[in-house]
Write a protein that binds this ligand. Sequence first.
Ligand SMILES: Cc1cc2nc3c(=O)[nH]c(=O)nc-3n(C[C@H](O)[C@H](O)[C@H](O)COP(=O)(O)OP(=O)(O)OC[C@H]3O[C@@H](n4cnc5c(N)ncnc54)[C@H](O)[C@@H]3O)c2cc1C
Length: 357
Amino acid sequence: MKRLVLLGGGHAHLFVLEAFAREQPDAMVSLITPDVLTPYSGMMPGVIAGHYDYRQACIDLAPLAAQAGCALRLDSAVSLDAAQRQIRLASGEVIDYDLLSIDTGSTPRIPDLPGADTCGHPVKPIGQLLESWHTARAARSAAVIGAGAAGVEIIMALHHRQPRMRCTLIDRAPSILDGLPAGLQRRAMAELARQQVDVVTDAGVSGLDADTLTLEDGRSLPSQFTVWATGAAPPAWLRGSGLALDERGFIATGPTLQSPSHPEVFAAGDVATMIDSPRPKSGVFAVRAGPPLAANLLRAARGYTLQPWAPQTQALLLLACGRRHAIASRGGWSLQGDWVWRWKDRIDRAFMRRFAL
Ligand SMILES: Cc1cc2nc3c(=O)[nH]c(=O)nc-3n(C[C@H](O)[C@H](O)[C@H](O)COP(=O)(O)OP(=O)(O)OC[C@H]3O[C@@H](n4cnc5c(N)ncnc54)[C@H](O)[C@@H]3O)c2cc1C
């Protein structure tokens, strides 16, 4: 019987486990992931804002794995040898596979600056960020470096939780939410102004300590709780794996979600880039890849022909604004309101219910 290893309990693998519970693959399946609880990122800013508790925003992988007939191993990959079809784990164990599916997400991109790792908190793992925030709740100032969707949501969530805390959002780009629709940028800017969050664009950070951030132009800003939300980087252990990678170091995949260099390896979510149809690193696309990944893993285990898949070009973006208010954007349109937050809340809770056994 083939050994099928699912590496990482990310969003796409939730759908794989769900599919395997309905239809057992002709394989011995195991899931390797460090934590039994996998956080659902869509609700995490809501955890910081105080609308949900952490447990409410996490999916318990144990019952999902059990229902799928899948052995759960709490460990993480530290290296991969694609030629030998072996994964080395943090515990020192080496796992052999015949088929491998990787959904381990990305790692935060943290620049090599004085104080960057000792005084700044990476946005991922989210559980760790929440713990750091818990111990820093008395902070009088906070800053988020990186004004992408996650950075904007986090600074507004921090402000909502501590309205008297001075909050700053910083980005090297000329505008927040760079590359996202203009309507969304405008609405988010207005919301940040309403909340009196300072927005500093066109500015790089050159260093930080426990109380202060220094910018490249010499300015300094107060920040006793600094979050790095500077984008997604590939996990370091992919280097040297022998897998074909894209130019940034993420796993290259084709339309069947297979590696072009090693067809027995599949990948989806932030860790992968579909070479012919690249999409932003976001939970929405990780979720979308889940069902086609599951279907192709079932086919691969049986030796059937795989089916190509192309992700949609546009996705609905729902940006939580700290308070129970959100902005929605898709293509050229955007709108906002308390009702948009309730809509987002319903979507998020339905997602959680789907995987709560
Ligand atoms: C604060 C915040 C808010 C966000 N909000 C949104 C949003 O509203 N909408 C949206 O679309 N996107 C959002 N994102 C982006 C979203 O989090 C990611 O795009 C999404 O989580 C990617 O899913 P994934 O399946 O690739 O991996 P992840 O969800 O990151 O899951 C990876 C899994 O693999 C495990 N793992 C990691 N390393 C290893 C290893 N070496 N070995 C084994 N297992 C490993 C992890 O523990 C985890 O269980 C947000 C991100 C952040 C940080």
